[in-house]
Design a protein around this ligand. Structure first.
Ligand SMILES: [Zn+2]
Length: 257
């Protein structure tokens, strides 16, 4: 139909404009991506030489785009398993305290430490059983480090346990929590009382505190006295170990025993 009036002319123009837009949309949506219509370069990439003949259009091949990730990660994420170190006091070094009948602290410590490691291992944690001067302590990084000792055999009438962190701590908050929670759990499990009066520099300036990575919360426990607490330490080491394991779980997982 040919336009006759101004109104017809408007309709005619609008009609062709819409047709043109539809054609452009079609080209953009299908023809260009499929390669039917070449893209004519109007500018060259930096560093590229300019085309010699401007009259010849440069056809840029349309390469398939990089495959997008489908949501399946390349590596399976490692579950966040707590990692702790347990030092068997004096192991690999010396006897520690010795009782008149020959009972040695190191043997008591090792029995308890071995049981703590087994319990935490069963709990699904990654646990290192360490010697007193274990080379791995140098820069040791973990969620917690606990050294297990027992107290002297020459103090009649003395009973109870004590636990201490390093006296000047890089991370006093976590370490104080560690001390508090192990104390609470250990007392609940063993019935032994916390004895704050005989904490010595041997404990607060314990060598391992200065060897490990400063970000690792660490503490040392004297699990009981070898004389008056001998029965629980040597005949019920599973209870002692359970108390220590409970305390570490309480500290790291926040689950009260
Ligand atoms: Zn000791």
């Amino acid at each position: 139909m040919k336009p006759q009036t101004a109104s017809d002319l408007d309709r005619w123009a609008v009609g062709w404009t819409i047709r043109a837009l539809v054609l452009i949309a079609f080209l953009a949506a299908f023809a260009v991506p499929l390669g039917f219509v070449p893209i004519i370069a109007v500018a060259t990439e930096e560093g590229e030489t300019a085309p010699q003949a401007r009259s010849e259009p440069i056809i840029i091949p349309l390469l398939p785009s990089e495959p997008t990730p489908t949501g399946v990660p390349a590596t399976t994420p490692v579950p966040d398993v707590p990692h702790v170190g347990i030092i068997a006091g004096h192991a690999g070094s010396d006897s520690g305290a010795v009782c008149p009948d020959g009972l040695e602290e190191v043997d008591v410590n090792q029995e308890i430490a071995r049981r703590v490691v087994a319990l935490l291992d069963q709990h699904g944690w990654q646990v290192d059983l360490l010697d007193e001067f274990d080379p791995r302590l140098n820069g040791y990084r973990a969620d917690a480090l606990l050294s297990i000792h027992a107290d002297s055999c020459n103090v009649p009438g003395k009973s109870g346990f004590k636990i201490a962190r390093v006296e000047s701590s890089y991370a006093p908050g976590p370490e104080s929590d560690m001390v508090d929670r192990i104390s609470e759990a250990y007392h609940a499990r063993t019935g032994l009382e916390f004895d704050p009066h005989t904490i010595t520099y041997d404990m607060t300036r314990y060598h391992a505190f200065y060897e490990i990575d400063p970000s690792t919360p660490a503490a040392i426990i004297e699990a009981g006295f070898l004389l008056d607490d001998r029965e629980i330490l040597t005949e019920r080491p599973e209870v002692v170990a359970r108390g220590i394991a409970d305390g570490l779980i309480y500290f790291i997982e926040g689950t009260p025993p």
